[in-house]
Design a protein. Structure first.
Length: 243
């Protein structure tokens, strides 16, 4: 099983949108068995695929040492390890000091290796216990980024956090920087060029479209709700590049 963490310390860069659509495309187009882990206390992945379902065991429970409860989602081929708002209460120091909770998500990947082809972890916009546990478990990270000056300046911070986590997980790699909400302008084109000149792996960009907002109301991934939209086409290009 290949484990991918979708992470950026900045909010509003399409981390959850990326996680949802990647999971759906891998399941629908590539017939992969996908486990989507909701590590964000906002729980948007959980709400998107499960609506108002009651959950008997969440990621927060697992990080506290309790048994996880993996559920089937509404989308064929995608299972869910749900999140809840208690994720924000977890103690980061327990992860940083290498306690059992730090590696429980990585142990889960070993246990489920024959059951799933891919685990995708939607991380919060903060470096907390859940995001640290995700980086301990992951084989690779994808870093969605909105191409503005603030986000570009923040890249050094997230890259440093990834580098720090290699002290615990020395196999962690950066699968790619993913420019999101892309549109044609001189600044955006130059910013994307700068990323490539930094020597970072840059994935195909995802164009800006209101179909992404529509997707959240429909609670259907773009591969269902709007497969021919700019973002729908682009996310398929991203997954193809990763595959």
């Amino acid at each position: 099983m290949r484990t991918t963490a979708i992470i950026n310390l900045k909010g509003g860069v399409a981390k959850t949108t990326t996680a949802l659509n990647m999971a759906a495309i891998l399941a629908k187009d590539y017939k992969q068995r996908v486990l989507l882990v909701d590590a964000d206390s906002q729980c948007n992945c959980t709400e998107f695929f499960q609506r108002d379902a009651m959950h008997s065991g969440t990621l927060a429970d697992m990080l506290r040492g309790l048994a996880p409860c993996i559920e089937h989602s509404r989308f064929d081929g995608v299972d869910l390890l749900p999140g809840d708002d208690s994720l924000m209460d977890l103690d980061l120091t327990k992860i940083e000091t290498g306690s059992a909770s730090a590696v429980c998500l990585r142990e889960l990947t070993a246990e489920l290796g024959d059951r799933y082809d891919r685990m995708i972890i939607d991380c919060p916009p903060a470096f907390n216990a859940a995001s640290a546990a995700a980086l301990v478990a992951a084989d690779e990270v994808i870093i969605p980024i909105k191409l503005d000056a603030f986000s570009l300046r923040g890249m050094a911070n997230i890259m440093q956090q990834v580098s720090n986590m290699r002290k615990i997980n020395d196999s962690l790699t950066v699968a790619g920087i993913l420019p999101t909400m892309w549109y044609k302008s001189d600044n955006i084109i130059e910013a994307e060029k700068m990323l490539r000149e930094f020597g970072l792996p840059v994935l195909p960009h995802v164009r800006r479209t209101n179909k992404v907002d529509d997707m959240t109301f429909a609670q259907e991934p773009l591969v269902i709700s709007s497969p021919k939209s700019a973002a729908g086409v682009d996310y398929r290009r991203v997954v193809a590049a990763l595959m």
